[in-house]
Design a protein around this ligand. Structure first.
Ligand code: SF4
Ligand code: FES
Length: 258
């Protein structure tokens, strides 16, 4: 596709912290290349704001390669913008055309309070992982991959679930602010592999309990999460989590120590 430049109007959410009321500010950006990423376009705007002695727009980013899950933003009413299966950092300006007005907001969920402008606090996800998203095995020296036989189908499903980057788009898109797609991806990737076996009976219970404690809502199967996930995590993982949760709950009830 031909490279082209464009002039755009941005409506960006500005909010000093979670305790104050935020508002949209309107900015014009000019000579934006269609080859720039969305974040590079923000870099251009921020350089200009700094030169003008104004506060730059705070936004999260790290890898800019679709790996870290930091670049959380709602772009024109969709988490990570208009391209399917793409993070904000990998969204290119050719997704837009000259003269467009683009509205950019932070994730909106009680469990993700706004820290500043477009940055939200996603540490609730870290606490869910800490509650059970790990394997307590002494890994020692890494073993030959072929030494642990795993069916191809299971390995593929585990790998697909492990692709979740913890960005939070699923929560942002859900009308209930449910985190179930994220939790189900983490539970699935461990429960499908033999290394995840030792904690299997407690993992789903602990992670769902922490999810509820953090204030995420319930899942009502609308599928909005799957539709916006930049890593195309399937909602079939939610069915697997439900199964893991049920089995863990029955097992806990039958335990002599429960
Ligand atoms: S499931 Fe998808 S949308 Fe949700 S945190 Fe993981 S990568 Fe992001
Ligand atoms: S900045 Fe790392 S996924 Fe976008």
């Amino acid at each position: 596709m031909e490279h082209y430049t464009m002039n755009l109007t941005l409506k960006v959410w500005r909010q000093a912290n979670k305790n104050v009321v935020g508002r949209f500010e309107t900015y014009s950006v000019t000579d934006i290349s269609s080859e720039m990423s969305f974040l590079e376009m923000f870099d251009v705007l921020n350089e200009r704001l700094i030169q003008e002695g104004k506060e730059p727009i705070a936004f999260d980013h790290d890898c800019r390669e679709g790996i870290c899950g930091m670049c959380s933003m709602y772009i024109d009413g969709r988490p990570h913008g208009p391209w399917h299966g793409t993070t904000t950092c990998q969204l290119h300006m050719r997704a837009f055309k000259d003269g467009d007005t683009i509205t950019v907001e932070p994730w909106r969920a009680n469990a993700f309070p706004v820290l500043k402008d477009l940055i939200v606090d996603r540490t609730a996800f870290d606490r869910i992982i800490q509650s059970g998203g790990y394997v307590s095995v002494n890994t020692g020296v890494s073993v030959d991959g072929n030494a642990i036989p795993i069916e191809k189908e299971k390995a593929d499903k585990a790998f697909a679930a492990a692709a979740c980057i913890g960005c939070g788009a699923c929560v942002a898109a859900c009308k209930n602010s449910s985190a179930l797609l994220f939790v189900s991806a983490k539970v699935s990737h461990l429960s499908l592999l033999p290394q995840g076996g030792p904690e299997r009976k407690t993992r789903a219970l602990a992670m769902v309990a922490q999810m509820d404690k953090e204030g995420f809502g319930s899942c009502t199967n609308t599928g909005a999460c799957e539709a916006v996930c930049p890593k195309e995590i399937s909602i079939t993982n939610i069915a697997r989590l439900n199964s893991e949760y049920l089995k863990a709950g029955l097992s806990a009830d039958l335990s002599p120590t429960s």
